[in-house]
Structures are given as structure tokens and as C-alpha cells.
Design a protein around this ligand. Structure first.
Ligand SMILES: [Zn+2]
Length: 555
């Protein structure tokens, strides 16, 4: 944890010295870049621009922005008539981590011909909520698709007084490998949202295990039951019901509300129903999530676990990452080099989890409190990636630029990403979730030699990013380096009660030219009404253009 306090002392001092009284003494936290530097345009290219090369090793995890809801299934394989094919091609998309839990959905018909009511809206909601919850651990739950199945030996309601009936569900229509088997049924007796158990839980036949969800269920039921499967036979220090946590806000709390707060998603609209310029429609629940500002705080993974009878000394995140169904990949060698919606992430909460004594350290690719570093190495920047081969459906083709080949650079455009699930950054005034704060959630420094670092100076924020085809890369910040730089380093910002302490960076584009702050370009002025044009011509051009820029953003 030594890096963060050092930076907090360092940042205001340097900025004051360099900028003096010209600007307000804003620290170089990207989150505090003045709104006056925003332009509601797509990023204009830099002179002789090119990509820096990401130095693998500083990233905690990798991932990408996909246009498909995490429950995506389009019916093409004919396994189910239940289609869950919502996409968000021109919006924020859906961030996906390369740490994943893959889940297959079976929509069950019982022996009387009664079919579970699971549908597009309910299944997509289950995965939306589960993605928001598990992204706190760096994990993305993803559906491998839906399957229709009739059971001649199961009758609704499914009797859960013992494992006998659910074992029949779990005995058939199982996915291969480490994919979690999830079964949608009409209902249970006695009534319940769902059931779930891992392969080694007592009563589970043939080391199968799985989950089952009733039509009428809490929003976090899929996340909770998948938690049972991943935790397998890990137990909580919670009296008689050792399969459940005694902590009310824990995902694995087992009682209906109000005893367990995690089952009720409070102030849900704060993150999902806001669509102003800076607080854009997100579609994910504000709760659960990390506690940042007024949002987040429920569905935590705080209670430790252990074997039956204790000691309960294993962190829940370690127990979950011990499951073979949490699959991990590291694309740090290629994902930080090009503007292609594939990102490298710095994640301080996961670094903290990996730094605990006894941690299995599987929640990060590279343990340690370190920066992500980029440098000039044109030969190391890969060509455009084969997104189809990676299983990605990104919002647009990549920005096809060469690796930067100059001796040094003075200007850098940071392609940072807004993550629907990972980002919980809030606007400091309203404490609502903010797309701008979620993009500008990092600290940036330049270096000539790779060992002495100085803070970058923000020049502009291009609100439309580098392409109009997506909102995920909006609020792209341009920085000047005070030195002839060969290196850039970035860490997640840590402003208390504003930042979630994770940041996703897609690429860094640089130029040897020291490009100054731009005012609104002529193309924006052309959009003005006649009345405002008259106002522009009769007052300071500079001030009028600022006013125009703001006006356009609020429409
Ligand atoms: Zn439970």
C-alpha cells in the first residue's frame, strides 16, 4: 500500500508548481480534470501519432467490452426457444473479465408438461445482477446458452426437503468441463428462490451439484446459488446453517429480508436509470457493488469460511477462486496496446486481497501494488487482434494506427474505458454513478528514463472518445508531458468516496508534438442557432465557445 499515500502527497505539490495560478490547484487525478477542458467531439488525431507498447506485468486482470448481454443466446444452435439476445452496440456495452464463471441454463419442463417461466427479461436480469456482484471479485459470470429439457421424473413444485429431487435435475443435461449447470424450474416446496450446492456438498449425488432457480426469485438468486456451487463444501461460522453467512450484507446470507439485506437491491435506479451527459444510462443495478459515494455496499463477500466445524480462516474470495469453475486467462501481452476495446486493468481491492497473508493470489494476474507501464517499442505493438477467434463481439473495429516510432513524446491520448459492471465511480457533487468519472478514474505520470516520474497535465477531454460507434471509450483525456517522455504509468485513482479503485485502459496514443488545449472547433460553431451566433460575434469568442460546448452537452 506504499504507492498510494506517496502519490497523494506528490500530486498536489507538482501541479501547483507547474501550473501556478493559471488553473485552480487541481490535482492530477484524472477524475478532477476541470469540466472546462471537455469538448463534445470525437478525438482529433495527433501529429504523427502511434501506439505505446504495454509492459505486461502491471495489470491485475484483462478483459474487454462486448456488445452482448452476459446471458447472450440467440437460438442459432436450436437447443432452446428461449432467446436472450439483447445487445448494446452503440452504448456502454457490457464489460467482461478474463476471469470467468461460465453457466449453462436449462429451462425445465416437468413430467406434466409444465415449463418454467424463465424468459428473456428474467434471465438477462439474473446475469446483469450477477455480473455486477461478481465483478467486485474481478469475475464475470457468462452464459454459455440456453437448453430446453423435459424431465419424465420431476414434478413441479420440486421437493427440496432433501436433495433427492434436485439430484434428478442435476443428473441430466449437464454442460461439459467446468461450466456451472443452472436449471430454471417453476417452483419449489417449501417455497424458495433457488437452491445450489457444489460437487462435494453432503447429499449431492455423483459429485454433480449445480443450481436451480424458481420463477419467483430475488434478483440476486442466480448469483447466490452460483456462490453455493463455487464455495462447494466451504462453511460459514453461522450456527446451525453453516452453508450461509451470518453477515446481513453478504451475498451468501440465507434468510429473507429484512434479516439479510443482500437480497434487496436498494436505490437500484441510481446506476441504471440516469441518462444525462455525465450519468448515462447504464442498465446495471447500483446495488450490489462496492461502497462508493451513495451507491454500492450490498452483496459483499466479507465473511470468512472454513471446513465444517472450523477454523473459519479462509477469505471468501480465496475459496471462490479455489473453485475449478473460476477459469482464468491473462491477455496482458496484447490487450493494452491498441484501441480495440480490449483492456488491461489496475485493481487495488484485488491487489489488497492478493497481499493478505495466506491469500491464494488467484484474484490477480500479477500480485503486487504496482503501476501499469507503457513505453516506446513500435516493434512490440501487435497487429489488429482476431476478435472472433477470441470470442469477442466488440462495438467497432480497432483504431488501426502504427506503433509510435519517435525518440520521445510530449502528448498522450489515454483510451480509458467505462465499465458497466466494474465501475462504481461517482460524481463528487451528486454521488450518483458517472460515466465521466468512470472513464477518468486513474492517475497518470510520465518519465524520460523509467525511474523518475512527473505528473501529466490534462489538456482536453474528448467526450465522444475516439469513435462515435460506442460510448464505452467516451471521455478520452489528452495529456501533456512536462518532459521528453519515453514512458507512461497509470494507477487506479483512490479519491475516497468517489473512486472504486479500479481502472480499465485500452491503449495510449502519443505524439512528439506538444499539442495545446483546443477550444471548440469550427464544426461545433456551425451547429449554432442564428441568435447564438450573433452573441458569439459580439462577445469574446473564447468565452462564447465554452458556453456553446456546455450547452450542447446538456441536450
Ligand atoms: Zn443459499
Amino acid at each position: 500500500m506504499s504507492i498510494v499515500p506517496t502519490l497523494k502527497r506528490l500530486v498536489p505539490t507538482i501541479v501547483t508548481a507547474l501550473v501556478g495560478a493559471v488553473l485552480a490547484p487541481e490535482p492530477a487525478h484524472a477524475a478532477n480534470i476541470p469540466i472546462s477542458l471537455d469538448l463534445n467531439i470525437v478525438r482529433p488525431a495527433l501529429p504523427n501519432e502511434g501506439y505505446l507498447h504495454f509492459m505486461e506485468g502491471g495489470e491485475d486482470l484483462t478483459g474487454w467490452i462486448d456488445i452482448r448481454n452476459p446471458a447472450f443466446y440467440n437460438g442459432a444452435d436450436g437447443r432452446s426457444t428461449t432467446i436472450t439476445n439483447t445487445t448494446d452496440p452503440r452504448g456502454l456495452g457490457y464489460d467482461r473479465s478474463d476471469f470467468q464463471v461460465r453457466v449453462q441454463n436449462v429451462v425445465v419442463t416437468d413430467q406434466n408438461g409444465v415449463t418454467a417461466g424463465a424468459n428473456r427479461a428474467s434471465i438477462e436480469r439474473d446475469y446483469n445482477v450477477a455480473s455486477q456482484i461478481y465483478r467486485q471479485l474481478g469475475i464475470s459470470p457468462l452464459s454459455t446458452g440456453n437448453v430446453d429439457a423435459r424431465y419424465g421424473n420431476v414434478t413441479f413444485p420440486v421437493d427440496i426437503n432433501s436433495f433427492a429431487e434436485v439430484n434428478k435435475l442435476w443428473a441430466a443435461n449437464r454442460p461439459g468441463g467446468n461450466t456451472v449447470p443452472n436449471y430454471y424450474v417453476r417452483d419449489f416446496t417449501p417455497g424458495a428462490s433457488g437452491v445450489g450446492a457444489g460437487p462435494n456438498f453432503p447429499g449431492v449425488a455423483n459429485n454433480n451439484g449445480g443450481t436451480a432457480i424458481a420463477d419467483n426469485h430475488f434478483n440476486n438468486a442466480l448469483a447466490h446459488e452460483v456462490g453455493h456451487f463455487l464455495l462447494n463444501n466451504s462453511r460459514f461460522n453461522a450456527g446451525a446453517d453453516t452453508a450461509h453467512s451470518a453477515v446481513p450484507a453478504d451475498l451468501m446470507c440465507g434468510q429473507p429480508p429484512p434479516a439479510c439485506t443482500s437480497f434487496v437491491i436498494g436505490n437500484e435506479p441510481v446506476k441504471s436509470d440516469i441518462s444525462t451527459q455525465f450519468q448515462r444510462l447504464n442498465g446495471a443495478p447500483s446495488q450490489p457493488g462496492q461502497r462508493v459515494g451513495n451507491i454500492g455496499g450490498l452483496d459483499q463477500f466479507s465473511a470468512p469460511v472454513g471446513p465444517m466445524g472450523g477454523p473459519f480462516t479462509t477469505a471468501q474470495i480465496d475459496a471462490i477462486y479455489n473453485s475449478a469453475s473460476v477459469v482464468r486467462a491473462d491477455h496482458g501481452a496484447t490487450f493494452g496496446d491498441r484501441a480495440d476495446f480490449n483492456f488491461v486493468e489496475d485493481n487495488i481491492p484485488l491487489e489488497e486481497a492478493a497481499a493478505r497473508p495466506g491469500s491464494n493470489q488467484r484474484m490477480v494476474n500479477h500480485p503486487g501494488f504496482d503501476f501499469m507501464v507503457w513505453q516506446i517499442n513500435a516493434g512490440a505493438v501487435p497487429p489488429p487482434l482476431d476478435e472472433a477467434a477470441l470470442g469477442h463481439e466488440t462495438p467497432a473495429p480497432d483504431l488501426n494506427l502504427p506503433g509510435f516510432n519517435g525518440p520521445f513524446f510530449r502528448t498522450a491520448d489515454v483510451v480509458s474505458l467505462i465499465s458497466r459492471y466494474a465501475d462504481m465511480d461517482v460524481d463528487p457533487a451528486s454521488l450518483n454513478w458517472s460515466a465521466r468519472e468512470s472513464a477518468l478514474d486513474y492517475i497518470l505520470q510520465f518519465s524520460a528514463d523509467g525511474s523518475n516520474w512527473v505528473n501529466g497535465l490534462p489538456v482536453n477531454v474528448f467526450d465522444l472518445g475516439w469513435t462515435a460507434a460506442s460510448q464505452a471509450e467516451d471521455f478520452l483525456a489528452r495529456w501533456n508531458s512536462p518532459v521528453d517522455a519515453r514512458f507512461v504509468r497509470i494507477q487506479a485513482d483512490t479519491l475516497v468516496s468517489e473512486d472504486d479503485r479500479n481502472t480499465q485502459i485500452d491503449a495510449i496514443i502519443v505524439s512528439q508534438t506538444l499539442v495545446p488545449t483546443m477550444d471548440a472547433p469550427p464544426s461545433v460553431a456551425l451547429l449554432l442557432s442564428g441568435a447564438i451566433v450573433v452573441f458569439t460575434l459580439t462577445t469574446s469568442r473564447h468565452l462564447a465557445r465554452r458556453r456553446v460546448s456546455r450547452r450542447l452537452k446538456t441536450q
